[in-house]
Design a protein around this ligand. Structure first.
Ligand code: ZN
Length: 437
């Protein structure tokens, strides 16, 4: 490793910008030039943003950088393409005029506890205000969280209003069946010592594996132990809040919550092999009802497609399940995933509660989830759970029975009992059954 970093280092010469502000020579962030500006130290977990300090991920002023990686998660690669194609000025600075949060969130005591939030920047939505002075001085700082308002048009919710199952209160649910909410986009920001501690591993080992398993994408992980914050190239979360956002943090208000991991096939396209979209919609309904009863509801949507294994792996598993001897059955559900992916699940719910801490949540009265991994992670992180809400049986799609039975048998929360005969029965559709029925 040292050898090729040395080789790269030989290419490092003075920065010369071409006409469209692309750097002509490679400048290594792993070995900044001596004598430059010393990056500002990040005091992770400091309650006062002035003490914590701004996170500087700028690519146009490498000497000031105090984080590893680039803003916008995996979209940084598209930004690179835009610069390469000549359509984006590499020195463009975001104009943050009028971009501040459309609803106030925090500060909450959890923001000042370094071990409580390790995978997002609690001040990520307040950059324009908290670091106004640095911005005025020309620093290139970017928010990692944005808070706005939304009106949702979901066919199932419209039908529920039409059928009288959901009440139009004129505030959260309109007579048309449309739903008002606050939505928040959150990009991941990892404090590496905190992430390592959460997983019970050494920071050095975490850094080395992150470096190696990304094909050496971020040399600073191993060459700059002084940089503790990493902007990982992964998807973030979107948070949908129903009712007043502040009610989530008020122990006197009841809180409903669904933490939903992305499943594009079901969530968007209505594919019927799993319960994702119906459970997500039920989660929204429960959140709305809690908000209408004077509390608040929150849906956290995590970009972790196919249990964070990705959609290609997921579709390969579907085929393996449907073609295996004995057909698609619950007994072999997790096994087929492990054959293809090497593991059953890579979502690692350990980091998931961070966004709940950021919202100030201490207790969830109604958790719309059957997942023990999510429940355990929340409880371990000090969030009390009062009631768990399973998906209603009549919402489980035809081909999703295999998933449902496998999960119940594996110990997912459910009032139902799954028998050995249920597990062995081929209840999933075979591939030939997609032809014209
Ligand atoms: Zn799904």
């Amino acid at each position: 490793m040292i050898d090729y970093i040395w080789l790269w280092n030989q290419q490092m010469v003075d920065t010369v910008l071409s006409n469209n502000n692309q750097m002509r020579h490679i400048v290594l962030t792993s070995h900044p030039r001596p004598g430059g500006v010393k990056p500002l130290k990040v005091v992770w977990g400091a309650a006062d943003p002035a003490v914590r300090g701004p996170l500087v991920g700028t690519l146009s002023d490498p000497r000031r950088r105090n984080v590893i990686g680039a803003h916008a998660g995996s979209y940084a690669v598209y930004r690179a393409l835009a610069v390469a194609a000549g359509s984006l000025n590499a020195l463009h600075r975001a104009d943050l005029t009028n971009t501040t949060p459309a609803a106030s969130i925090g500060p909450y005591p959890q923001w000042g506890e370094p071990e409580r939030i390790v995978s997002l920047d609690p001040f990520g939505h307040l950059v324009a205000d908290a670091f106004a002075q640095q911005l005025a001085e020309g620093w290139d700082l970017r928010p990692t969280i944005a808070v706005t308002k939304a009106r949702l048009t979901v066919p199932e919710l419209k039908h529920a209003v039409r059928d009288g199952q959901l009440i139009a209160d004129g505030r959260i649910v309109l007579p048309s069946g449309e739903v008002n909410c606050t939505k928040v986009a959150v990009e991941p920001v990892w404090h590496l010592p905190g992430i390592a501690q959460r997983f019970g591993i050494a920071e050095q080992d975490l850094r080395r594996h992150l470096f190696e398993q990304t094909g050496g994408m971020f040399p600073e992980l191993v060459t700059r132990p002084d940089l503790k914050v990493f902007l990982p190239p992964i998807g973030g979360h979107t948070v949908y809040v129903f009712g007043e956002v502040a009610a989530l943090a008020d122990p006197a208000s009841k809180v409903a919550c669904r933490v939903h991991d992305e499943c594009n096939g079901s969530d968007v396209f209505g594919s019927d092999i799993c319960t994702c979209r119906p459970y997500l919609v039920h989660g929204i309904e429960v959140c709305i009802e809690q908000a209408q009863a004077g509390g608040a509801g929150v849906v956290v949507y995590n970009r972790k497609e196919g249990r964070a294994l990705g959609e290609v792996t997921k579709f390969l598993v579907y085929n393996a399940r449907k073609r295996q001897a004995g057909g698609d059955r619950a007994a072999a559900y997790f096994e087929r995933t492990e054959c293809v992916a090497g593991v059953q699940d890579m979502r690692f719910q350990e980091l998931m509660p961070d966004v709940l801490h950021w919202l100030g949540i201490q207790r969830i009265d109604r958790l719309v989830s059957m997942s023990n991994m999510k429940y355990d992670a929340m409880v371990r992180q000090g969030i009390a759970i009062v009631e768990r809400v399973p998906i209603p049986a009549d919402r489980v799609p035809e081909d999703a029975k295999v998933e449902m039975d496998a999960k119940k048998a594996a110990g997912y929360y459910s009032p139902d009992i799954v028998t050995a005969a249920d597990l062995e029965r081929a209840s999933g559709r075979a591939l030939q059954d997609y032809e014209g029925r």
